[in-house]
Design a protein around this ligand. Structure first.
Ligand SMILES: Nc1ncnc2c1ncn2[C@@H]1O[C@H](COP(=O)(O)OP(=O)(O)OP(=O)(O)O)[C@@H](O)[C@H]1O
Ligand SMILES: [Mg+2]
Length: 249
């Protein structure tokens, strides 16, 4: 099999006595959408935050493209190509949609842009940022402040920001949340297309989307992966049906 793009080994994170991540190992391979499912409070977002670098693991390793990234902060991980969209929005609310994406383009280029430079008319930033908004169907709303976008539009904007990082991996935490059936369908086919761009670790409660998209599914319960396999394997796993899919044994 190909080398994993992302390789997590025995990751652990406690909040006081609570083991939110309890020895998680997981691999993401090129071309794959790997879905991470599990009940509320299982530790899915906590895991995403540790991979993105917004939360430090207590122990264990995270290797990205062969490099141990455990010691890098979130900005450094983003520059390496780890793009994330969190369950809790991290948009700059007062900035326009375009400006939010421009900040991501700028972050991607790191120090090649000066912090104090007037960026609003800078074509090197506006053009790629506008192209990302077009891809997610948000170009018409480019100049609207993030705070005034609808919930669905904000999710689209977060994906545009992830795209602007020219990612080598996508980390998505519940991109479908609050989308409604039509929006979810559109987003599902959009995410399907992204698999050719970079592999994806996808946390999602929408099981229609998960079953449609995932090459592999891991099931997290109380901070532990209780099963990992193909869609068919996970659907027919009695432990998973009991623990997560809500069926009587
Ligand atoms: N900063 C924190 N401090 C203390 N406890 C936390 C913190 N963040 C998360 N937790 C706890 O860790 C556990 C895992 O939370 P997490 O948000 O990762 O779950 P989740 O699987 O993403 O749930 P959901 O599906 O509801 O989003 C929960 O019990 C949560 O209350
Ligand atoms: Mg969560």
């Amino acid at each position: 099999m190909s080398e994993p793009v992302l390789e997590i080994r025995d990751l652990r994170k406690s909040f006081g006595a609570l083991k939110a991540t309890d020895g998680v190992s997981l691999e993401l391979h090129p071309g794959q959408i790997h879905a991470l499912i599990g009940p509320n409070g299982a530790g899915k977002s906590t895991l995403i935050h540790q991979i993105a670098g917004s939360l430090r693991a207590d122990s264990g390793t995270i290797r990205f493209l062969g490099q141990d990234i455990g010691g890098l902060d979130m900005a450094a991980r983003a520059r390496l190509g780890l793009a994330r969209s969190f369950q809790i929005s991290s948009l700059a609310q007062e900035f326009s949609a375009l400006r939010n994406v421009m900040l991501a383009v700028q972050a991607r280029h790191g120090s090649s842009f000066h912090f104090f430079r007037q960026v609003s008319n800078d074509k090197e930033l506006t053009e790629p940022a506008m192209a990302m908004l077009e891809r997610v169907d948000l170009a018409a709303r480019a100049h609207v402040p993030a705070a005034e976008l609808s919930h669905g539009e904000r999710r689209q904007l977060e994906i545009a920001i992830a795209l602007a990082l020219s990612p080598k991996v996508f980390l998505f935490d519940e991109p479908m949340a609050g989308m409604g059936p039509e929006g979810s369908k559109r987003l599902t086919s959009f995410l399907d297309g992204l698999r050719h761009e970079a592999p994806m670790l996808l946390v999602e409660h929408d099981m229609d989307a998960v079953f449609a998209l995932a090459d592999r599914i891991s099931v997290l319960v109380y901070g532990r992966i209780i099963a990992s396999g193909t869609v068919d394997e996970i659907r027919s796993d009695p432990d998973v049906r009991r623990a997560y899919l809500g069926e009587a044994a």
